[in-house]
Design a protein around this ligand. Structure first.
Ligand SMILES: [Zn+2]
Length: 488
């Protein structure tokens, strides 16, 4: 295990150079579409004015006559039918009272010619751009989208709060095209209801001087005329997020050719937090296969939940206490393997990434005995909690549905969603490991990681890899868990 070097820096410039070999990323990125975004942040009005150029490559097997984009920011608008925040969290999220935002599409051009776009979908959350000619597989098209984003005052993925400004799920992002149509699911309040393809990103954003910023990928800053211009780049990532704050300190470490940045403004134990990120990366590198991006930014920010994952960047709530901060850093770092690199449909099969991220937390403690938390302790308390939930649920509802193969909006409550995807998911992965043994289990997991990197995994591809990796028939074992037939 390589010892991490930890030191504090206060400058905002981050070197672009990286000694690690990113040949796999370079190879994958060549076949992907590229978003180039130029934006200006208007601090006074809490707005972002942006021009987005998408160099789109049709990597599908069919010709396309239109492109569809999610406008997740519209879920924050006044009058939205589907809101991104559950009722029980409203007070925690809207600390200063209700506040609204949204995205306004000003102009869309296809190959330089303005087209008449439409905004619709379930809840004004889909932008449809018609293409003048059918775009055949392998062909490219340039789509320019001019948009204005209004930020709500909310402690959530997108919005400004007392300490920071969060830009998560903020720009028009292509819907996944699957089985002949676009996946247009709205911004449900349960889970992380996102699903997107990997792409390359280049972004420049002008902010008032004094703001420091954390981005997906790597960034550099130039200060001129009272403004800071950040330029950030990321290749082969399935989303792009950034966070601004005037209070950020930055602590850094380097581990196994990956630079880790911890952005924080209120963490007296910042070295401990950074250390957890380092140990998580080392542990998961060893267990699952190497992290593929050369950078990871762990970002403390105002956020009503404990944490949120984006490619190479994770939010950690500034309201987390020392223990929950640790666990959240581990869980969100695990999402770099299970969500960022191995993508999956987080709307339709959330257990696949959430269950694995939660079980990765168990693996972290098991492999880092200095924290004095054992696998047995964790599984026992998780099982107890699960059984209590099912008992109470049965008493109240008369019966209980313990299936895990429901879409996020099909769970009766956020609690039920959490129990069936995180908690039961963790128990399922541990049970699977017990039944086939460590060697076969990790062989299967490593195969799953390797074969699904940068693409979308499904429950079927998970079963396939686990069976091929372990040499054991596992379909009925796994489906009986997923379909709710296993009684615990
Ligand atoms: Zn998660």
């Amino acid at each position: 295990m390589k010892k991490a070097l930890i030191f504090l820096i206060s400058i905002v410039y981050i070197a672009l150079a990286c000694s690690c070999s990113l040949s796999e990323i370079d190879r994958v990125s060549k076949q992907l579409s590229t978003y180039t975004i130029e934006a200006v942040y208007d601090e006074e009005n809490k707005r972002l004015y942006a021009n987005q150029k998408l160099d789109y490559v049709n990597n599908e097997e069919l010709p396309l006559s239109e492109l569809c984009f999610h406008l997740y920011a519209n879920a924050y608008r006044q009058g939205a039918a589907i809101r991104p925040i559950n009722n029980h969290l409203l007070e925690k999220a809207y600390r200063n009272g209700m506040s609204y935002g949204g995205i306004e599409i000003m102009k869309v051009c296809v190959d330089g010619v303005e087209v008449s776009h439409s905004v619709g979908g379930t809840d004004m959350d889909i932008l449809t751009v018609p293409l003048s000619d059918e775009l055949y597989p392998g062909e490219r098209v340039i789509v320019d989208i001019e948009f204005n984003l209004t930020l709500p005052n909310v402690w959530h993925r997108l919005g400004y709060n007392d300490n920071s400004v969060n830009f998560g799920n903020w720009y028009p992002i292509l819907c996944v095209y699957e089985e002949g149509s676009y996946k247009k699911t709205p911004y449900y309040s349960n889970g992380d209801p996102f699903y997107s393809d990997c792409a390359n990103y280049e972004m420049s954003v002008t902010v008032p001087e004094g703001y420091k910023a954390a981005f997906t990928g790597r960034a550099e800053a130039v200060i001129e005329g009272g403004k800071t211009v950040y330029t950030a780049r990321a290749k082969a990532v399935r989303d792009f997020a950034f966070v601004l704050s005037k209070g950020f300190n930055v602590a850094t470490a380097e581990v196994e050719d990956v630079e880790i940045f911890y952005y924080y403004y209120d963490d007296p134990d910042y070295e401990v937090s950074l250390g957890i990120a380092v140990e998580s990366l080392e542990t998961f590198n060893r267990l699952f296969g190497k992290y593929k991006y050369g950078v990871l930014s762990v970002v403390q920010t105002g956020f009503a939940h404990l944490g949120m994952e984006y490619p190479t960047l994770v939010y950690i709530s500034d309201a987390a206490n020392a223990d929950s901060r640790k666990e959240t850093i581990v869980h969100e770092t695990a999402h770099q393997w299970w969500y960022a690199i191995v993508g999956s449909n987080q709307v339709e099969c959330a257990w696949l990434d959430e269950g694995l991220a939660e079980y990765s937390t168990v693996l972290f403690y098991e492999n880092n005995p200095q924290y004095n938390i054992t696998r047995e302790q964790l599984i026992e308390s998780t099982l107890k909690s699960y059984k209590t939930f099912v008992d109470i649920y049965k008493q109240i509802m008369g019966s209980t549905d313990t299936s895990m193969n429901r879409a996020v909006n099909e769970y009766a409550s956020e609690t039920e969603y959490l129990y069936m995807t995180y908690i039961k998911g963790e128990l399922m992965f541990d049970s699977l490991r017990k039944s086939i043994g460590d060697e076969k289990f990790f062989k299967g997991i490593r195969k799953y990681y390797k074969e699904n990197a940068f693409s979308h995994a499904t429950p079927q591809s998970f079963i396939y890899c686990m069976e091929r990796g372990s040499g054991v028939q596992l379909e009925s074992f796994i489906t009986s868990w997923i379909e709710g037939e296993v009684i615990l």
